[in-house]
Design a protein around this ligand. Structure first.
Ligand code: GCU
Ligand code: CA
Length: 138
């Protein structure tokens, strides 16, 4: 299947806000999480069937310091303390892609900061699901 885009501005935010003051984002803005450990953005991602999802996270980190975050799918951390290194400017966006198992239907993908810096600014997820045992992807 082609990737589906999930904008951060329509996701669930814990300790953060939708903003649009740094150019280059998709949709109507991005999420600036509070600079505290534990701030997060949770996306609800649909899968046509159980399988594997390639999850591309678009982010910006205008500092020179890593903003690590746990990435959890359905409550299970699939990438602990994932590095989101500086991108050079808040208007310079980069993509970090990981693969994780998903179930049929709704899945949660939560990105939670693990340090006092908070997460990087988050723009969207592009998610491409490959359904297990299905040779004929739509
Ligand atoms: C700046 C920037 C924000 C960013 C924040 C941070 O305030 O404008 O977009 O989220 O730094 O350090 O997290
Ligand atoms: Ca922030």
């Amino acid at each position: 299947a082609a990737p589906t885009r999930y904008e951060a501005e329509t996701a669930t935010i814990s300790q953060g806000a939708v903003e649009s003051n740094h150019a280059g984002f998709s949709g109507t803005g991005f999420v600036n999480t509070d600079n505290v450990a534990g701030s997060y953005v949770e996306f609800t991602v649909n899968a046509a069937g159980a399988g594997s999802a390639a999850i591309a996270i678009r982010y910006a980190n205008g500092t020179t310091v890593n903003r690590p975050a746990d990435v959890a799918v359905n409550g299970t951390v699939v990438s602990a303390g994932r590095a989101f290194d500086g991108t050079g400017a808040w208007a310079t966006w980069a993509t970090s892609t990981l693969t994780a198992p998903v179930r049929a239907g709704a899945n949660t993908v939560r990105i939670t900061s693990t340090t006092a810096g908070g997460t990087p600014n988050l723009d969207f997820l592009d998610v491409e699901v490959t359904v297990a045992g299905n040779d004929y992807q739509a």
